[in-house]
Each structure stands twice: as C-alpha cells, then as structure tokens.
Design a protein around this ligand. Structure first.
Ligand SMILES: NC(=O)c1ccc[n+]([C@@H]2O[C@H](COP(=O)([O-])OP(=O)(O)OC[C@H]3O[C@@H](n4cnc5c(N)ncnc54)[C@H](OP(=O)(O)O)[C@@H]3O)[C@@H](O)[C@H]2O)c1
Length: 295
C-alpha cells in the first residue's frame, strides 16, 4: 500500500527532535523547503528559536520551538500535552535527538550512560509508539528514527552507544514490517560518521574512526534519509563506504568485528602494552638499576 501522505493536499506536519543542530536541523530545513509545518524539540532554546526563525523566514512555514530535555522521565508526557494544546498532530516524526559517549563502559559515568539509554532508546521508542496511532488512523505518514552504522555491530569503546543504536534499528525495522499494510513508512536512517556536534559531545579523540573514515555532512545525510523515506525504505544507509562497511559486518566473524571496532574507537585493549616498548624498558632499568633484556 502506498503512502497517502505524498498525494494528500492541505498542510503537512512534522515533529523533529534534535532540531537545534546537526542532522535534526538539516531535516528541518529540507522539510520546510517542501512546505512542511514543523514542531521542533531539543534542549537549547536559543538554537531552536534560531532554526524556527530561519525556516519560517526562508520558506514561510509555521515552525514552533519547544525546548525540552527528552531524557527526563516525564518529558514525552509534556510533549504530548503541548502538541494537543497547539492542535499539532504530526504526520511524520523524525527522532534525531541522541548522543554518544566514547570510552570504556566501566570508566564512563554510569548516570550519563543511562541518560543515553533514556534519550536514544526510551524517548525514541516512546514517541514513536505515542504518535503512530494518529498516523495509522489516517493511513498516511510515518517515522524516521536515527540509528547508525553502529547499529550493525558491537562497539567496544562506545559499548552503550552502539547498543542503543542496535535497539533503534531492530525496533524500527520490525515496526516497518508490522505497519507495511497500513500505508505508513517506517525508516531507520543509518549514517556513518557525520560532521556535527556529536563528536564533541561524545568526547571522541582523533581516533582511527575519525581519522580514517570519510565524514558525511549533516545536510547530505538528511537529504539521503528523506529521499529513502519517500521511497518507502525500511533501512537507509547513506554513502558507498557505509554500505560497504555494513556488508563487511555480515561477512566477518564477530570476534574480528569486536577487535576492528576496538581499534576504530581507539580503545586500549588489555592485550596492548600501556607504554611504548622503549619507555617500558627505561622504566624497568630505572627500577632494577640493570640494563633490561630485549625480548
Ligand atoms: N554525527 C554522527 O557521526 C552520527 C552518526 C550516526 C548516527 N548519528 C545519530 O544522529 C542523531 C543526531 O546526531 P547529530 O550528529 O546531529 O548530533 P548533534 O549535532 O550533537 O545533535 C544532537 C541533537 O540532539 C539534541 N539533544 C541532545 N540531548 C538531548 C536531550 N536530552 N533532549 C532533547 N534533545 C537532545 C541536541 O540538542 P540540544 O543540545 O539543544 O538538546 C541536538 O539537537 C543522533 O541520534 C546520533 O546518534 C550521528
């Protein structure tokens, strides 16, 4: 069944989370260009108002900004209340709010990692479940959830982040199958590295992930995502390199994948010496007073 949203006349409405920057902002701009009215959510009020102001001024669409911390327990209740109060029933939901944390899971703050699950997993799932009934009733519209190429593999060095994206991909893909006959489109957008505020928030160093893999632009990723959504695709992977890396995850043994990803995220694995060999030998010599033997 084709999605009636593309042939429907009258106003089209989208709720975009994470719209204060990066990929969410890029989606807001693309949808506004096509005449969609927008409801924009993120924490930074000033940035949200900037995006709302720009899309209204440039494209004449209605754009409402609602500053909200979606990782807070009652956040989605508050958002639903606000949508009802404003009479804004989204035809399309884009869940772009999310963040990552780089480092060994045992060294990263536990509370921050749980907040990541609250945002990337809980809020994304909750908003999707809450907004789908309206879309099903009108047999039009759908959801784009931001997953990642990380969703396809284990991520030592960003363990919880990769796990949150595995949830997003699995949940979204399953929903796409469940709702296929309802005329809705449910898509998981799976970019590789994108040049946004994500890397700074995650505390990523210049790891091989950032040094060796090409970085996409948020505008390009959002454009590919929107196009894939229009084509009704359940999984959208922008860029050839990302498509290839996902194919590789299907061919490689899991143990190899774990090692490769530990390298890419810059994790110091226990088998790796903590000090370069020369320094370690100097240390041994200083401690024993004797020349260290070469292994
Ligand atoms: N950049 C990448 O390399 C990459 C790759 C694959 C997937 N992704 C995914 O793409 C999505 C967008 O990331 P991005 O690259 O655009 O990063 P970004 O530039 O850091 O944008 C993240 C957005 O999420 C919002 N946000 C963060 N915490 C929030 C909270 N507690 N409540 C509400 N909003 C919150 C931020 O706004 P405020 O700070 O104003 O709240 C911002 O608008 C994320 O789900 C990310 O995991 C990113």
């Amino acid at each position: 069944m084709s999605n009636a949203i593309w042939t429907r006349t009258g106003p089209k409405r989208a709720l975009v989370t994470g719209a204060s920057g990066g990929i969410g902002e890029a989606f807001a701009r693309i949808l506004a260009e096509e005449g969609w009215d927008l409801f924009l959510v993120a924490r930074r009020e000033e940035e949200l108002n900037r995006v709302a102001g720009v899309v209204h001024a440039e494209y004449g669409v209605q754009a409402q900004a609602f500053p909200l911390d979606l990782a807070q327990p009652q956040a989605t209740d508050r958002l639903m209340q606000r949508l009802r109060a404003r009479g804004f029933a989204p035809d399309v939901l884009i869940n772009a709010a999310g963040f990552g944390l780089a480092g060994p899971a045992t060294a990263l703050p536990r509370e921050r990692q749980l907040a990541m699950i609250d945002l990337n997993v809980r809020a994304t799932t909750d908003l999707t479940l809450r907004l789908l009934p309206h879309m099903r009733a009108q047999k039009a519209g759908g959801v784009i959830n931001l997953a990642s190429t990380a969703a396809f593999m284990p991520g030592p060095g960003m363990a919880v982040y990769y796990a949150t994206k595995a949830h997003v991909l699995s949940f979204t893909e399953a929903l796409a199958a469940e709702l296929q006959s309802d005329g809705l489109t449910i898509s998981a957008l799976c970019p590789g590295p994108v040049k946004t505020g994500f890397q700074a928030t995650a505390g990523m160093r210049k790891t091989p992930l950032l040094r060796l893999l090409p970085m996409s632009s948020p505008g390009g990723v959002a454009r590919d995502g929107w196009q894939g959504f229009k084509e009704g695709r359940a999984i959208i992977v922008p860029g050839l390199m990302n498509k290839l890396s996902i194919q590789a995850t299907r061919l490689l043994p899991r143990a190899a994948l774990r090692r490769i990803n530990a390298f890419f995220t810059g994790l110091r694995t226990p088998s790796r010496p903590a000090l370069p060999r020369k320094k370690a030998m100097e240390k041994k010599e200083a401690a024993t007073g004797e020349p260290a033997e070469k292994a």
